[in-house]
Design a protein around this ligand. Structure first.
Ligand code: F6P
Length: 361
């Protein structure tokens, strides 16, 4: 009998919607298309690979999970030393332990699903001699080389829904609402949900904001008879003054601030500047939870099937991607070396500006 093809599955980093759909896509396609296949699911992200904590997966494990949020394999974050190593709490490299599990199971390939941090770690794992294929997942949509990631559209739908619901209470009370959406480094989610929900102001990390300008716009809105306003603010939004601070100064400012997050700081200042009652809503991890939307189910399935194709063709060291509507793959080295920030001249930002949304500048 032909030697089995052995594949390890890993979901790593912050979870998002569509991980189970992607696991299902990989598993079903491999069982369907490869004669003798063995699949091992590593528990809790890279931890399972490090500690040899895994389960042998049968075809039935890939059924009934398409619509489930989270990941049936669990996930975790590992300490990553930029470009150099993945280490434990004592600072010791864990790559030898990973290699040990990989070799002991006689794996042909690892399929690793994750965001930016995971892609970087996967590149190191690939450099250490393990065959790796990655899938891009994150609600932030900030992975380089792919037009979109699974999880993103589901989070956009949730964030849009949150703002839809806030409109009625904002209107009844004539208040300003600052809604803080996820996205530490990139504003894709906030821009899309802000436009989708009719926000009046959208603040993203890529465009430093000036609250005097935002307040002028909000005051003008009220004068024009619009009694309430919605500010969609990315968690990584930064002011024109704070963007000049270096890393150490920013850390000190955050530690000494009486506000827990940027949106509380913005709300307090806007209330002062406009004299209008202002509230904050932070949906937080709610944006990453629950079932994937239909778009993400389909995308994650397509990505999973594409990963199976790469395994069948022994094309390793690549990340599955979607570009111009076509499923493709790119070198992992490219995906792992850059972050896909929102270009400030992106047409979608112009769409927002053209309908009178303030981008805070
Ligand atoms: O990268 C995805 C993300 O959801 C970010 O938007 C957010 O800043 C971060 O993860 C939150 O991380 P954690 O799950 O560790 O709180």
């Amino acid at each position: 009998m032909k030697r089995a093809t052995r594949v390890g599955l890993i979901t790593s980093g912050g979870d998002c919607q569509g991980l189970n759909a992607a696991i299902r896509g990989v598993g079903k396609a491999l069982f369907h298309r490869v004669d003798n296949i063995e699949i091992y699911g590593m528990f809790d992200g890279y931890r399972g690979l490090i500690e040899s904590d895994y389960k042998f997966m049968e075809p039935k494990d890939f059924s009934g999970i398409l619509t489930e949020g989270g990941t049936i394999l669990g996930t975790s974050r590992q300490r990553y030393v930029p470009g150099k190593d993945i280490v434990d709490d004592e600072g010791n490299s864990v790559i030898p332990q990973m290699l040990n599990t990989y070799n002991r199971l006689n794996l042909d390939c690892l399929v690793i699903m994750g965001g930016n941090g995971t892609q970087k770690s996967a590149k190191l794992i690939s450099d250490a001699g393990m065959n790796v294929i990655t899938l891009p997942k994150t609600i932030d949509n900030d992975i380089w080389g792919t037009d979109t990631t699974f999880g993103f559209q589901s989070a956009v739908d949730i964030a849009t829904n949150v703002i839809d619901y806030l409109h009625s209470t904002a209107s009844s009370h004539g208040r300003i609402f600052v809604v803080e959406l996820m996205g530490r480094d990139a504003g894709w989610l906030t821009l899309q949900a802000g436009i989708g929900s009719g926000a009046d102001v959208i603040l993203i990390p890529e465009i430093p904001y000036d609250l005097n300008k935002v307040a002028d716009m909000l005051i003008a809105r009220r004068k024009a008879g619009r009694g309430f306003s919605i500010v969609a603010c990315a968690e990584g939004a930064v002011s024109v003054d704070d963007v000049k601070l270096d890393e150490e100064e920013s850390r000190r400012k955050r530690e000494n601030s009486k506000h827990s997050t940027v949106s509380y700081e913005i709300a307090a200042r806007l209330e002062q500047l406009t004299g209008q009652d202002t509230r904050v809503t932070v949906p937080g991890h709610y944006q990453r939870g629950g079932p994937p939307c239909a778009y993400d189910r389909v995308l994650a399935t397509q990505f999973g099937v594409a990963a199976a194709d790469l395994i069948i063709n022994k094309q390793y060291g690549r990340m599955v991607a979607i570009q111009g509507g076509q499923i493709t793959s790119i070198p992992l080295a490219d995906a792992a070396s850059k972050t896909k920030f929102l270009p400030v001249d992106h047409p979608m930002i112009q769409v927002a500006r053209d309908i009178g949304i303030s981008m805070g500048d």
